[in-house]
Design a protein around this ligand. Structure first.
Ligand code: ADP
Ligand code: MG
Length: 247
């Protein structure tokens, strides 16, 4: 029984119509037609079974808006990376369709590296947004203007950097194409930054105009502020907590 399985894995869920968790990656292939290529990459990465957060979050993300709280090291990157890659399907021009926000460059790069690994062999292009302090890098920024518009399917960056890009490339940059907005480590984003997470995220969220926008929030610890933001901004939200709720 599903609830028994969830209890066993310390998966706590809230929201209506939460889809069943998967017990194996194989089920994604059988029930969700995930590309075989992803299955092969997972095997090559040494991932034999999904972690609890992956079991529940992957199917939830394939269906709805999701807020996920699961400990550090529990495999959250793949929990959002895999279903988004699957939903993006093939490479398309006309703007990037997934925007992943993480609090630091290091975290953004880690996410990028894992997603590049799992998407090996697919036509999708995943990009980490570069910093722009030097002249050389500023040139890259110009290219950044270009890759934002056309070349890439998924962009991973920090909210601070992205707010800057939004200002700088306002005229060229349309976020109409963005269908997926992921806020990783959303609890930490709330804590730091001169401008404040709420304002940065608000700006970015407003700029994403697609009616098909799906917002996903991930964090390691429960945050009242993040939950409040979700309640105010997202309806029909599914919430998933892994482990001890009070941890
Ligand atoms: P979190 O974001 O929850 O802190 P990560 O997504 O960074 O965790 O994953 C932590 C580590 O676990 C990474 O090294 C990742 O490659 C590995 N990992 C993720 N999913 C699995 C899996 N299903 N089986 C084995 N290892 C995994
Ligand atoms: Mg993480």
């Amino acid at each position: 029984q599903v609830n028994h399985f969830r209890n066993e894995k310390h998966i706590h869920v809230y929201g209506t119509d939460m889809p069943d968790p998967i017990e194996s990656f194989d089920q994604l292939f059988k029930s969700y037609q995930i590309d075989k290529n992803y299955m092969e990459n997972l095997t090559n990465m040494g991932f034999k079974v999904p972690t609890p957060v992956q079991m529940q979050a992957i199917t939830a993300i394939l269906h709805a808006k999701v807020m996920v709280c699961a400990p550090t090291g529990s495999g959250k990157t793949l929990a959002f990376g895999l279903p988004i890659l699957h939903k993006l399907g093939e490479h398309k021009t006309g703007g990037f369709r997934a925007l992943i926000l993480a609090p630091t460059r290091e975290l953004a790069k880690q996410i990028q590296s894992e997603i590049v690994q799992v998407s090996k062999g697919s036509s999708l292009k995943v990009r980490y947004l570069l910093s722009s302090k030097t002249v050389e890098n500023r040139k890259k920024w110009m290219n950044a203007g270009y890759f934002i518009v056309g070349k890439f399917n998924m962009v991973i960056t920090t909210p601070k950097k992205f707010v800057y890009v939004l200002k700088k490339f306002r005229s060229e940059l349309s976020l109409k194409s963005v269908e997926w907005l992921v806020v990783d480590e959303s609890d930490k984003l709330y804590e730091d930054g001169d401008m404040g997470f709420r304002q940065q995220l608000g700006n970015i969220y407003k700029a994403c105009q697609s009616s098909a926008l799906r917002t996903l929030l991930f964090s390691a610890t429960f945050s009242k502020e993040v939950e409040l933001w979700c309640q105010l901004n997202l309806d029909n939200l599914l919430r998933i907590y892994i482990g001890n709720i009070n941890a």
